[in-house]
Design a protein around this ligand. Structure first.
Ligand code: LLP
Length: 464
């Protein structure tokens, strides 16, 4: 049978018995073996997405954003596929290091890096650190000496609003990340890179800044530190962005700043990190940012802007998280009850919910679901809200899913595009325990992470 197409992994193939195989493994069999809720990670899909980034951007350095989902196995896949790793906490850094990820290919981010995190990063010799605020410049300088320098980038806020939800729009002024670009002709925040528009949160009075704003001042201070080697500028606009346009605007603004810095300090910074945020489809027919089309548009714009400012073209760095991990994941739940409410709405309650996937409750994210493990006994689909098991009415995983009319307790439901920001944001709500994670490849399944149990919670109690 042919595959299902996006948002399912390329390897997802329906069987004649109504099951779905992913990576050659039947989801019903995996659910029986490992229990539910189960997160199935298609190793082939994850790796092929790494490869497609490398082939789309052969001259760039592509770093997988660990925040989307990280485990030791995943760190190994990323390392083997030749990508770098973007980490943003001591936990991500320690896990990557323990998994043997090469430290020089690690880049550390964060708006609130603790002194311990910075010390650890130095001790492990991470390749790059992205500087987010003035305090960090002094802190990091104190940890470095000129004969063992630290490569750093300065995080710039380019004043661009892009991404699927306000909570993830980090390219705008008036939020916690980075150094503002005010005074470099950026003007008010630009919505989705489609030309300057009224800016909402970005409307506060610009501070009296030199041209290049706070970002140029941060660069000046970094250049003053003999132990810090400034390799370039960084920005991250937002997440689940499906058009190249905001990135092109970011290129215009950041290359403008590179030119300002060249004129002012006589330095040509060799790297430009445009962060991550590349969108993927969550629903059939949904939009995503194709790496090859994106690369072509970005390459053209970068060349144009650099020619205009008479700059050498800097090396690009990219930090995709979701675009690598999300399509590789499928969540499998067991239906516990099916209920028809007084107004006729049908609810299918499953054994997971907002503790393993908080995205619908947090951002209103939309998903789809499919019955797996059996064929329907009646024709036709009906609208069903797939809800979780937690004690909140807002615990809805898939609103208005189209599911067989005979859906019943005991059935299995599979939800695609589950590989990013679900497990990594999973919580211990209601002590349900975080789900198991199994990797599938070439017809074989292996458990990467076992299910969390109440014993895990009890083990942390000091005074039971
Ligand atoms: N680089 C930086 C500096 C970031 O802050 C992020 C994500 C990325 C790269 C990777 O972005 P990606 O390519 O995965 O979109 N929890 C939200 C997403 C938050 C993203 C935070 N930063 C969600 O579930 O939609």
């Amino acid at each position: 049978m042919p595959g299902l197409g996006a948002p399912w992994p390329a390897s997802a193939i329906p069987t004649t018995s109504g099951d779905l195989t992913v990576g050659g493994v039947g989801l019903a069999e995996a659910a029986d073996r490992f229990g539910t809720p189960l997160y199935v990670l298609d190793e082939g899909e994850f790796r092929s997405r790494c490869r497609s980034y490398r082939s789309a951007f052969p001259a760039a350095e592509v770093l997988y954003a660990a925040k989307a989902f990280l485990s030791s196995a995943v760190a190994g896949w990323v390392a083997e596929e030749g990508l770098g790793l973007d980490v943003c906490s001591e936990g991500e850094l320690r896990l990557a290091a323990a998994a043997g990820f090469p430290a020089e290919r690690i880049l550390l981010h964060g708006n609130a890096k603790s002194p311990e995190e910075l010390r650890l990063a130095r001790r492990l010799r991470v390749g790059r650190i992205v500087i987010d605020n003035h305090a960090e410049i002094a802190r990091l300088a104190a940890l470095t000496v000129a004969d063992v320098p630290q490569r750093v980038l300065v995080r710039v806020v380019p004043g661009i609003a892009a991404g699927h939800h306000e909570a993830v729009r980090t390219g705008v002024t008036g939020q916690k990340f980075g150094f503002a670009l005010d005074g470099n002709g950026a003007g008010p925040d630009d919505h989705d890179g489609a030309g300057a528009a009224p800016a909402g949160r970005g409307q506060q009075q610009p501070q009296p800044q030199p041209r290049g704003g706070d970002a140029a001042e941060a660069v000046r201070r970094v250049l003053d530190q003999p132990g810090l080697v400034l390799t370039g500028l960084h920005c991250h606009l937002g997440s689940q962005i499906t058009s190249p346009a905001p990135y092109l605007t970011a290129v215009d603004r950041l290359v403008g700043l590179l030119a300002t810095l060249r004129d002012r300090h006589g330095v040509q910074l060799p790297e430009l990190d445009l962060g991550g945020g590349h969108g993927v489809p969550y629903l059939p027919g949904g939009a995503g940012l194709d790496p090859h089309r994106f690369a072509a548009a970005l390459g053209r714009r970068l060349a144009e802007q650099c020619a205009r400012h008479r700059l050498d073209v800097p090396r690009l760095l990219l930090e995709p998280g979701r675009a690598v991990a999300a399509p590789a994941g499928v969540a499998v739940y067991r239906v516990l009850t099916v209920k028809t409410a007084a107004d006729g709405r049908v609810f299918a309650a499953v054994d997971g919910g907002m503790s393993d996937n908080p995205r619908p409750a947090l951002y209103g994210s939309r998903y789809c679901a499919r019955l797996v493990g059996r064929t329907p006994t009646v024709p036709g689909l009906r609208e069903v809200d797939v809800v979780g098991r937690h004690c909140e009415a807002g615990d809805v995983l898939v609103r208005a899913a189209r599911l067989p009319a005979d859906l019943r307790p005991g059935d299995l439901l599979a939800v695609p595009a589950a590989g990013a920001y679900q497990l990594s944001m999973a919580s211990g709500y209601n002590l349900v325990g975080r789900p198991a994670v199994a990797a599938v490849r070439d017809g074989r399944a292996r458990l990467l992470i076992r299910r969390e149990t109440v014993e895990d919670f009890r083990a942390r109690e000091v005074h039971p």
